[in-house]
Design a protein around this ligand. Structure first.
Ligand SMILES: Cc1cc2nc3c(=O)[nH]c(=O)nc-3n(C[C@H](O)[C@H](O)[C@H](O)COP(=O)(O)O)c2cc1C
Length: 189
């Protein structure tokens, strides 16, 4: 097989597109974020890559609390809007119905099937982005998105992103069961 160099500016795909909630100028604000990953089991930690110019980065560093909301695929227009506009110039507080958990600095979105309430654990500045490490202190899920009491990703219908084609997607075909399909190769040994 011929392999070509793909350079080093490579996107990890697909990404879930999230809406990160914080309080900017006294109002709830939401930023579209695709650079998100779970990074520790217990305590449950997540990482975000936030550009230095975003209002969200400054708000999280100041308030130490934020939310991560998972929009469904039908929220594509509102989500994209939150990635095209900055809370530095535009009041984004009226796009969604906002609710709060235990923190008043972590506004969450009623229309999103899944929302996480987080506290800032640490941050690292890099050249263009700041890596935010947050601990999940609470989660809120629509009852209608559970199957047998567990989150059902087909019902949640998360909005996904691929780059560099900058395209939104939804979950596709199931291809196997995790921590299971490889067992047949272990048995062969
Ligand atoms: C689909 C999508 C994903 C994005 N992902 C990120 C990201 O992971 N990190 C980032 O710094 N900016 C990302 N952006 C850009 C920010 O959403 C944008 O800078 C936004 O205006 C910041 O909002 P704020 O200033 O209100 O915080 C993304 C934009 C879109 C449309």
């Amino acid at each position: 097989m011929v392999k070509l160099s793909g350079g080093n500016n490579v996107a990890i795909c697909p990404m879930p597109v999230t809406l990160v909630g914080s309080i900017v100028n006294g109002h709830p604000n939401f930023m579209a974020v695709g650079w998100i990953a779970r990074v520790n089991m217990s305590p449950p930690l997540v990482s975000l890559g936030l550009n230095h110019g975003s209002a969200t980065r400054s708000a999280i560093l100041e308030n130490k609390e934020f939310s991560i909301n998972f929009p469904s695929s039908k929220m594509v227009r509102e989500t994209d809007y939150c990635g095209l506009t900055s809370g530095k110039k535009i009041d984004k507080s009226n796009i969604f119905t906002v609710f709060y958990g235990n923190s008043h600095q972590a506004p969450m979105i009623s229309e999103c099937p899944l929302s996480l309430e987080c506290t800032l654990i640490e941050s690292h500045d890099y050249a263009s982005h700041t890596c935010i490490i947050g601990e999940i202190i609470g989660s809120y899920i629509d009852e209608s998105c559970l199957t047998d009491g567990k989150p059902d990703q087909i019902k949640i219908d998360p909005l996904l992103l691929t780059m560099p084609d900058n395209t939104y997607w939804r979950i596709g075909e199931k291809v196997g069961k995790a921590w299971h399909e490889g067992k047949s190769l272990i048995d062969k040994d």
